[in-house]
Design a binder for this molecule. Structure first.
Ligand code: SF4
Ligand code: SF4
Length: 122
C-alpha cells in the first residue's frame, strides 16, 4: 500500500474506486490536450496506488476549473483528487510553479494567474 496515495485519499476525501473509466472527465477537461496522461488515466493510476502520480504533468497542468467535478457521474471528482496530489507535493516545500514562465503577467487570463498561485509554496 502506498503511503502517498493514502495521503491523497485522506486530503481529498474522495473515493477513486468508484470510477468506472467512462472518460467523461477527460472529454470535458479544457486542458486535456496539454496533458501527457489524461485525467481518467490518472484516476486509474490512483486506483492502482501508483505513487508516480505525483510526478505527472497532468496535476500541474490542471487549472482547477472543476468541469470534471461537475460532470463525473460517480462523484470521483478528479479535480479534487488532483488538488490533493498537489498538496502532497507542496507540503514538501517543492515549488512547481514560476510566475516568470508567464510571458506577460498583466495580460494572462486571471484564471491562469489564480491557478498558478495555488501551485506555489514560497
Ligand atoms: S468522469 Fe468520473 S467516473 Fe468517469 S472516468 Fe472520470 S473520474 Fe471516472
Ligand atoms: S479541474 Fe483540472 S482536470 Fe478537471 S476539468 Fe478542470 S483542468 Fe481538467
Amino acid at each position: 500500500m502506498s503511503e502517498i496515495i493514502d495521503k491523497i485519499l485522506y486530503i481529498s476525501g474522495k473515493n477513486p474506486y468508484l470510477c468506472y473509466q467512462c472518460g467523461m472527465c477527460s472529454a470535458v477537461c479544457p486542458m486535456a490536450s496539454y496533458m501527457s496522461v489524461l485525467p481518467h488515466e490518472v484516476v486509474r493510476l490512483i486506483q492502482l496506488k501508483d505513487p508516480r502520480v505525483v510526478e505527472l504533468d497532468t496535476v500541474w497542468t490542471c487549472v482547477s476549473c472543476m468541469a470534471c467535478v461537475d460532470r463525473c457521474p460517480r462523484r470521483v471528482d478528479p479535480g479534487i483528487l488532483f488538488e490533493a496530489v498537489r498538496q502532497v507535493v507542496l507540503r514538501k516545500g517543492v515549488d512547481k510553479a514560476d510566475y516568470r514562465r508567464l510571458v506577460d503577467l498583466g495580460k494572462a487570463p486571471s484564471m491562469a494567474v489564480v491557478a498558478l498561485s495555488r501551485k506555489m509554496t514560497g
